[in-house]
Ligand binder design. Structure first.
Ligand SMILES: Cc1ncc(COP(=O)(O)O)c(C=O)c1O
Length: 375
């Protein structure tokens, strides 16, 4: 028996039924079985709501491109790396010289932290936020100033201004932030970047969750890179493109930073990742599907938060943040018994849980188990 699955079936979810048919018939399924929700999680195969990954996996086109590329992966990527840089430049309508790539955006954060340390600057970062820049800075012995988010849980630019010193040469802003998925209002952010840049301070805006944002107050800061030497924008293929284990990160910055970073580090990209990313970024249909699924997941969670009267943050990313009224670690232990993994504890917000969106059916399962424990 053969079951033909169209791209439309796959995107609309009828693929689940088709894949199940294949499995039942004993035919070796070539369908993307990761489209099926995990509603019978086990210790070995839990619902992974703790790492902000993309549970649907990569675009079919990206998978094909990676499989095809494997045959050429004995070659260095001298030319291919420029192909991907070209695509990233084209997508953001920015000259090619403003683009650098890394094996994940972590590599770019490392470069920024190292270059800042070498130049003798201190670092300023909000807290809580994505911790890499703070961690690298501590390891390097760079002075680090951390500024708590505001009462509205958003990054507090006023407080950051007030905490500024002449030593600070790098400011890290994660927008949308992580673990709290708030955004910084676009005009306030532009003003802040211009002001800091005029003081000779570089602002690094980490836009790892850019593709998920649907908020008129948000704007990518790539537009500022053209006019401004002191702004660096990072993106990652790890989130909506599901490349967390494949590793592609993108950096938009002035060619000065590009040159400095090339002077210190080398090309770490692999052939399959480059080819996969070329295909993935062109597959806008799949990105739209994932965005829609993410919204559905968030709505399922919001409904429970409202019902149980739990404080929560309306998300601009693929995770939410809610006040469980009990330690996040306790919630994690309890949910783990149901084979659902939830976020770790975050400094200053120990009763708040970061919950990554997985698939709607899985979030319903989470809601069922959460209510069983705590309603
Ligand atoms: C805000 C933020 N920046 C960067 C990263 C690192 O991503 P990558 O996989 O591109 O190294 C993450 C990963 O979770 C993140 O949340």
């Amino acid at each position: 028996m053969t079951t033909k699955m169209t791209r439309r079936d796959w995107l609309t979810g009828s693929a689940t039924a088709a894949a199940a048919t294949l499995a039942l018939s004993g035919t070796k399924a070539t369908a993307q079985t990761f489209m099926q929700p995990n509603v019978n999680p086990t210790a070995e195969n839990p619902i992974r709501a703790h790492f902000n990954e993309n549970p649907y996996g990569q675009s079919k086109m990206a998978i094909k491109a990676m499989k095809d590329a494997f045959d050429k992966s004995h070659l260095y990527t001298f030319r291919e790396v420029f192909d991907l840089m070209g695509l990233m430049a084209e997508l953001e309508d920015i000259p090619f010289e403003y683009v650098t790539l890394g094996a994940g955006s972590t590599e770019i954060l490392e470069k920024a932290a190292v270059l800042n340390h070498v130049s003798g600057g201190a670092v300023m970062s909000p807290t809580p936020t994505y911790g890499d820049i703070a961690r690298f800075s501590k390891t390097l012995g760079t002075k680090l100033i951390e500024v708590p988010v505001g009462d509205d849980l958003a990054i507090n630019l006023e407080a950051m201004r007030a905490a500024m010193t002449d030593e600070v040469k790098l400011i890290y802003l994660c927008n949308p932030n992580n673990p709290i998925p708030t955004i910084i209002e676009k005009n306030a952010l532009k003003e802040f970047i211009t002001e800091m840049s005029n003081r000779g301070v570089t602002v690094l805006v980490d836009e790892a969750y850019h593709e998920y944002v649907d908020n008129p107050d948000y704007e990518s800061m790539v537009s500022m890179v053209r006019e401004n030497k002191n702004v660096i924008v990072t993106r990652t293929a790890s989130k909506i493109h599901a490349f967390a284990g494949v590793r592609i990160g993108i950096c938009y910055s002035h060619p000065d930073f590009v040159q400095k970073s090339y002077g210190l580090f080398s090309n770490t990209l692999n052939y399959t990742a480059i080819r996969g990313a070329m295909a993935s970024y062109r597959d806008t249909e799949y990105q739209a599907f994932l965005k829609q699924k993410n919204k559905e997941c968030l709505e399922i969670c919001y409904e429970m938060f409202e019902e149980l009267g739990l404080e929560y943050v309306k998300s601009n990313a693929n995770f939410t943040f809610f006040n469980a009224g009990r330690p996040a670690l306790e919630v994690a232990e309890t949910m783990k018994k149901h084979h659902i993994l939830t976020g770790r504890e975050f400094k200053l917000y120990s009763n708040w849980v970061r919950l990554s969106m997985t698939k709607p059916e899985e979030m319903k399962y989470f809601v069922e188990k959460y209510k069983q424990e705590y309603a």
